[in-house]
Design a binder for this molecule. Structure first.
Ligand code: MN
Ligand code: MN
Length: 266
């Protein structure tokens, strides 16, 4: 088994701002920035090329809509079939739909841990059912998602509460994180991390500032400590155009290293 990084430079399903398509290359730069070493907190040296590889960015030039999703899903399916575990770097959150579709197909069903300020359960947003506000509605419709557990949510409106009830989503809202330490899964787990789950004080380089969020430390602890077998992850919604000093890219790089570390320990 090899852990493989994959960039997905797509942001044309964003409802508010462009920019996340620039994120994969900024996160790579931050990972290799001389200001920090390449060790995970659990002690893996990611400078060891045998531990993980980089499959570069999905070729999305000239592609949009379903054609772009097909390219993403096919790329991830190929990596999974070759024995890889994929950490993908978005991109806006719409990319999680084709990535997890490939995962669910490969594993025949999968649980999701979704960390975000937003539940992303809209039936449709601005007339786009594949919006970055909708990937978890699309995924739950497939029937291949065994469980969807969300953490950090602080933007529920009536429609999304109804959607959560309809799909049986387990939500740990930001206002009550008392159950987070007990999160446990049977079977393979995929983790989808939207950077705006963090309080904008920690990571202001996102399109949607939503105050009252997780600390970076709380997020890292969750990545390290939930019970279950992690088999893949994505980190989405870094917007380098709002990251004035590169600190949010560094936070994204730290989270990426810890996600790789958790995969190495799973
Ligand atoms: Mn979000
Ligand atoms: Mn999101």
């Amino acid at each position: 088994m090899t852990i493989t990084l994959l960039g997905i430079p797509q942001d044309n399903n964003s409802s508010y701002l462009a920019g996340p398509a620039l994120a994969p290359d900024r996160i790579r730069e931050a990972i290799y920035c001389d200001s920090a070493n390449l060790f995970t907190e659990s002690g893996h040296d990611l400078g060891d090329a045998s531990l993980w590889s980089d499959a570069a960015n999905v070729a999305l030039e000239g592609l949009a809509g379903q054609a772009a999703f097909d390219q993403i899903r096919t790329t991830v399916s190929g990596l999974l079939a070759a024995g890889n575990r994929v950490v993908s770097l978005g991109g806006d959150h719409s990319v999680t739909y084709p990535v997890v579709s490939a995962y669910a197909e490969h594993f025949g069903g999968i649980s999701l841990l979704h960390i975000d300020a937003h539940p992303d359960l809209y039936e449709s947003m601005q007339g786009n059912p594949f919006s970055h506000a909708s990937p978890f509605a699309r995924l739950m419709e497939t029937g291949r998602i065994t469980r969807l557990v969300q953490v950090g949510i602080r933007t529920l409106n009536l429609h999304q509460r109804e959607q959560a009830a309809r799909y049986g989503v387990e939500i740990h809202e930001m206002r009550d994180l008392s159950g987070v330490d007990a999160i446990a899964f049977d079977g393979p787990v995929y983790l989808s991390f939207d950077l705006d789950a963090l309080d904008p004080a920690f990571a202001p380089g996102v399109s949607h500032f939503e105050p009252g969020g997780l600390t970076t430390r709380q997020a890292i602890n969750l990545i390290q400590s939930f019970k279950g077998q992690l088999v893949g992850a994505d980190l989405v919604e870094l917007n380098p155009l709002r990251d004035s000093n590169g600190m949010s890219a560094m936070v994204a790089a730290k989270l990426t290293k810890e996600l790789i570390g958790r995969l190495l320990d799973s």
